[in-house]
Design a protein around this ligand. Sequence first.
Ligand code: PEP
Length: 251
Amino acid sequence: MRKNIVAGNWKMNKTLQEGIILARDLQMALSGKAVNCEVIICPPFIHLASIAAVAGTSIVKIGAQNNADKISGAYTGEVSASMVASTGAQYVILGHSERRAYYGETNAILKEKVKMALVNKLIPIFCIGEILTEREAGKQNKVVETQIRESLFELPVKEFGKIVLAYEPVWAIGTGKTASSAQAQEMHAFIRETIACKYGTVIAEETSILYGGSCNANNAKELFSNPDVDGGLIGGASLSVDTFLPIIEAF
Ligand code: PEP
């Protein structure tokens, strides 16, 4: 059975002290509650070890927002997957549209990043999604299929089976504009079908596919009620317990 997951992407927000308080508050808010999904928070690299020490043994799992495409060496400013894993993080967001758009991450670079993550036993939360002009041109399926194929489809089935996917239409990220429930379901079903064609229906059925893009307390329940939507990757609403908790409770 595939997992339902709610993951928070803090992006470049929160000082270390603010991050520790948020992680603690979230952990406290969840303690004693019946939580029906995996809860992950993805703080900036520099907070990972401290937040893993605070929250890592609880119900809250920790993820990074990136890892390098190289093993180690003279790559100033980069953080390797082995470094991420050594903090206690278990997940890593890869291929976020902001990384693709602002830092030139291509499908080929992301293929290497995914390999590094998997070698170091990190679970990639691999983001895919089209920009507005691509959707308006009706090219969203082609764009998403290409992103998946070029970065992931050389993985052996056993390795692919570890990946979590996050469909994030770029036009919905941080814009307050959410994909409709029907648009999300349609794309998630297409993604599952694409996986099934390559790796078979068993793997496709076991792959968690999250929705991301202005998901909040008001729309989470409807989005998550779709048969192929297995949770959410949450940006803005993950920055406070008040807005993140109701999304977790939507399951
Ligand atoms: C994201 O950046 O992954 C995201 C989904 O952001 P937001 O929820 O703020 O749209």
